[in-house]
Write a protein of this length. Structure first.
Length: 271
């Protein structure tokens, strides 16, 4: 494929990806009868939907819950995954490939298959409708991806640097903390972004394991949006809330896109 055709194809893919987001913004700026007009742009753009969303206490609570769950889950995932990835990438362990494969196999289980049993267990032990009850299962599904990405990054760090530290008397943990971790900061940042985005967007567990606004995360709160009356269709406020939730992630991905791609392809090419 020639370069012009490649650029054209990339442009078409980009436009196809941006159209839904544009339509979301377009809808969020409409009010009243315009919401059902289907026009390509709002005739009288209004920020009323955004003001209504920002004045909704349940939405603000859900936003705070999402931040807490996202930050805590990401922090724990990085802490545990960095130790596991170091062992898989740097230490002499038997069947490391098998171990990594078993770790990644966790991601093959559909979330829907464990949602109902987890609902029952969480209800029995008191974790239902709590932030801790969301963090634990989200961490379970975030860890395999974090371990995989960090293992790829740790493998790229020259072994000679670690060996020099060991020769100078450092323990394996000291070498990990003072040599490997500082060099792996780009990989850790990439992993943090990927984990945070996946946790932030997760819906099924969040809707299954919560029942009140005090524990709901943003995706669930948006799903429960209702109009000001029984005859009001809240598509405008839902669109505005979706834009507010998506924009920070979009900016994050655009700023760190090179690191994200590097994290996903690290170790794929050797030379």
């Amino acid at each position: 494929m020639t370069r012009p055709l490649t650029l054209l194809f990339a442009l078409l893919v980009m436009l196809a990806s941006l159209v839904p987001f544009y339509w979301l913004i377009n809808t969020s700026l409409k009010t009243g009868a315009e919401l059902s007009s289907g026009s390509l742009y709002p005739g009288s753009p209004s920020l009323r939907n955004y003001l209504e969303v920002l004045q909704d206490e349940d939405f603000l609570t859900a936003l705070g819950n999402s931040l807490v769950v996202g930050v805590v889950t990401t922090t724990l995932a990085l802490l545990l995954a960095s130790l596991a990835a170091y062992a898989l990438a740097r230490l002499k362990l038997p069947r490391k490939g098998t171990i990594l494969g078993l770790v990644l196999s966790v991601t093959t289980f559909p979330v829907i298959a464990i949602a109902a049993p987890m609902f029952k267990i969480w209800s029995d032990i008191g974790l239902y409708d709590t932030l801790a009850g969301l963090i634990i299962p989200k961490l379970t599904f975030a860890l395999p991806m974090a371990i995989f990405v960090l293992t790829s990054f740790f493998r790229e760090i020259p072994f000679e640097l670690e060996e020099s530290a060991l020769i100078d008397g450092a323990s394996p943990f000291t070498a990990f903390r003072k040599v490997i971790l500082p060099l792996a900061v780009p990989g850790i940042a990439t992993t943090a972004i990927l984990v945070f985005i996946s946790v932030w967007n997760e819906f099924l567990l969040a809707v299954t394991l919560t029942s009140t606004p005090e524990a709901r995360t943003v995706p669930v709160a948006i799903a429960y949006f209702s109009g000001t009356s029984d005859f009001d269709h809240p598509i405008g406020t839902i669109s505005a809330a979706s834009v507010l939730v998506t924009l920070p992630l979009l900016v994050l991905v655009l700023v760190f896109q090179k690191r994200i791609v590097a994290g996903l392809t690290a170790g794929a090419i050797k030379g």
